[in-house]
Ligand binder design. Structure first.
Ligand SMILES: Cc1ncc(COP(=O)(O)O)c(C=O)c1O
Length: 479
C-alpha cells in the first residue's frame, strides 16, 4: 500500500515537479521529464515610478537639513561633537522661535514669525529685490494644504453663479479632486502638446467663454514647471497669463513647487510674483495672486515633513482675516516641517562649516535629475509609437503612446480606459508602476502615461529598456 503510494507520488513528482528559477523578469517553470517549459513574466519588485516621492526612490536627505531637525527634536545633541557648529546655531535659533522652546508645541496658525520673515527675504532675493511682506506669507502643511485652503476661501454660489476654477489639462489631480470636494466647477483649458505643452491665451479665452455659460469663473490655476507635463513657461507666457487674468478679473493661483527643478538649457523659472511686479503698478496693484512652494520637491524632496508656504498678493484685508480664521481651525502646520522651510529659504552661506557639503549635495541631486530627465526623453523618443516632449523641468516624463485599435477594444471589454489597460499590463508584467494619462486628463483619443525620473540612474536605464521591450510585445500582441 505504502509502496504503491510512494510510486504514485514519484510519478506525480516526475511529471509535475518543475524546476523553478528566476531569469530577469521571467519565472521559468520546466518539467524534468518532458522538457515542457512554461515562462511566466512575474516581476521581482515593483518600481514605484508613479509618484514624485524622491526619498522613496532612494534619494539621500540633505545632511544639514537632517542635522538641524535632529538637534531641534532632541536638543541634547547640542552637546554632541557630531554636529557642526552652524547646525547647532540654527537649531538654537529655531527653538527660540518655538513656543516653550520645543518643536513639540503648536505654533501660530500662520506659521512661526521668524520663519515667515525668512521666507519673505528668500522671495525678495529670488525675485531680484521685489519686496515681500511676511504678513502675506502663510506656512502650510505642504502646497496641497495651501491650494485647497485658498480654493475653500474662494468657492461660493449656486447654479450658474457657482465659482469656476480654470485648470490646465493635463493637470495635477489635487486640483480636480479639490474642485470636486468643494462642489466648484472645473473649467478645463488644454495645454498645447504639439508646442511642448505651451499655455496659450486663445485657449484660455475659449475655455473661459464656454465656462461663463455654466458658472462664474473666478480662479485661474497655473502649474509652472508643469506636472505631469514638465514644461517651463517662458517669461512672455507668464506675462500673457497675467494680462489675461487682469482683463478677466481672475485670481491667479501659481503652483511653483518645482521652481528649483529646471533642467533644460535656455529655460529659466520666472515666478509669477516677479513678472507681475515688473509689469508695473497697473498689474502689481490689482491682480490677485496666490503662489505656492513646498519642501516636497526641489533638491530636498522632504515630502514626509509636510510643509510649504504661500504668498498672497493684493488680497483684500477682510478676505485675509477670513483666511487667518480658516487656518486657525487647524491650529498650525507641522512645526518640524516649518523648520525645514527655514533651512531651504536660508541655507548655509559661504564660510559656514556646512556650506561646501550642502552645495555639493544639492548640486548632485539636481544634476542627476537633469541627466535622468534628458535620458528618459531620449529613450522614449527612440521607441516607435512613443512621442515625448522635452522634460524641461519638474520630475516627470509624460510620453504619448499610440495604442492599436485591438488594444483599445480589449481595454473597453475589460472596462478600463485604454491607457489604464496599458499601465496595468506594464505593472503586472514588468513591475513598473506608472500613472495613466487619463488620471490627469488628456485630449480625447490620445493616450499617455506619467513616469517619474526619480529612480536611481542605473535602475532608470533598466526601467526604460524594460518599457521598450514591453511596448514591442504589447504592440505585437494587439496588432
Ligand atoms: C504640481 C504640484 N502641486 C502640489 C503638490 C503637492 O505638494 P505637497 O507635498 O507640498 O503637498 C505636488 C506634489 O506632487 C505637485 O506636483
Amino acid at each position: 500500500m505504502s509502496q504503491s503510494r510512494d510510486k504514485a507520488l514519484y510519478q506525480i513528482q516526475g511529471i509535475l515537479l518543475l524546476c523553478l528559477w528566476y531569469c530577469g523578469e521571467h519565472l521559468q517553470l520546466r518539467c524534468r521529464l518532458c522538457l515542457f517549459r512554461l515562462s511566466l513574466r512575474i516581476p521581482r519588485e515593483v518600481i514605484r515610478a508613479n509618484i514624485g516621492d524622491a526619498h522613496a526612490m532612494g534619494q539621500k536627505p540633505i545632511t544639514f537639513i537632517r542635522q538641524v531637525v535632529a538637534i531641534c527634536a532632541y536638543p541634547e545633541l547640542l552637546n554632541s561633537d557630531m554636529m557642526p557648529e552652524d547646525a547647532k546655531q540654527r537649531a538654537r535659533y529655531l527653538l527660540q522661535g518655538c513656543n516653550g522652546g520645543s518643536l513639540g508645541a503648536y505654533s501660530m496658525s500662520q506659521g512661526i514669525d521668524r520663519i515667515r520673515k525668512k521666507v519673505a527675504k528668500y522671495i525678495e532675493t529670488r525675485d531680484g529685490g521685489i519686496p515681500s511682506d511676511p504678513e502675506t506669507i502663510f506656512l502650510t502643511t505642504g502646497a496641497s494644504d495651501g491650494i485647497v485652503t485658498i480654493m475653500k476661501l474662494l468657492v461660493s454660489g449656486h447654479g450658474r453663479c457657482r465659482t469656476g476654477v480654470m485648470i490646465p489639462i493635463p493637470q495635477y489631480p489635487l486640483y480636480s479632486a479639490a474642485i470636486s470636494e468643494l462642489a466648484a466647477v472645473q473649467v478645463n483649458y488644454y495645454l498645447d502638446e504639439d508646442n511642448a505643452w505651451a499655455l496659450n491665451v486663445p485657449e484660455l479665452r475659449r475655455s473661459l467663454n464656454e465656462a461663463r455659460k455654466r458658472c462664474y469663473p473666478r480662479v485661474l490655476c497655473v502649474i509652472n514647471p508643469g506636472n505631469p507635463t514638465g514644461q517651463v513657461q517662458c517669461r512672455k507666457c507668464v506675462e500673457d497669463v497675467i494680462r489675461f487674468a487682469a482683463e478677466e478679473n481672475l485670481l491667479l493661483m501659481a503652483d511653483e513647487v518645482y521652481q528649483d527643478n529646471v533642467y533644460a538649457e535656455g529655460c529659466q523659472f520666472h515666478s509669477f510674483k516677479k513678472v507681475l511686479f515688473e509689469m508695473g503698478p497697473e498689474y502689481s496693484d490689482t491682480v490677485e495672486l496666490a503662489s505656492f512652494h513646498s519642501i516636497s520637491k526641489g533638491y530636498m524632496g522632504e515630502c514626509g515633513f509636510r510643509a510649504g508656504y504661500m504668498e498672497l498678493v493684493n488680497m483684500d484685508p477682510e478676505v485675509k482675516a477670513q483666511l487667518v480664521k480658516l487656518v486657525s481651525v487647524r491650529l498650525c502646520p507641522p512645526v518640524t516641517g516649518q523648520a525645514v522651510i527655514d533651512l531651504i529659504t536660508d541655507p548655509p552661506q559661504p564660510g559656514d562649516p556646512s556650506h561646501e557639503n550642502f552645495i555639493q549635495e544639492k548640486q548632485q541631486v539636481l544634476s542627476a535629475l537633469a541627466e535622468k530627465a534628458h535620458l528618459s526623453e531620449q529613450m522614449f523618443n527612440s521607441i516607435p509609437g512613443f512621442q515625448c516632449n522635452p522634460v524641461q523641468g519638474a520630475m516627470y516624463t509624460f510620453p504619448r503612446i499610440q495604442l492599436p485599435p485591438r488594444a483599445v477594444q480589449a481595454a473597453q471589454a475589460a472596462g478600463q480606459a485604454p491607457d489604464m489597460f496599458y499601465c496595468m499590463k506594464l505593472l503586472e508584467e514588468m513591475g513598473i508602476c506608472v500613472v495613466p494619462g487619463s488620471g490627469f486628463g488628456q485630449r480625447e483619443g490620445t493616450y499617455h502615461f506619467r513616469m517619474t525620473i526619480l529612480p536611481p540612474l542605473e535602475k532608470l536605464k533598466t526601467v526604460l529598456e524594460n518599457i521598450k521591450g514591453f511596448h514591442q510585445r504589447f504592440i505585437e500582441e494587439f496588432s
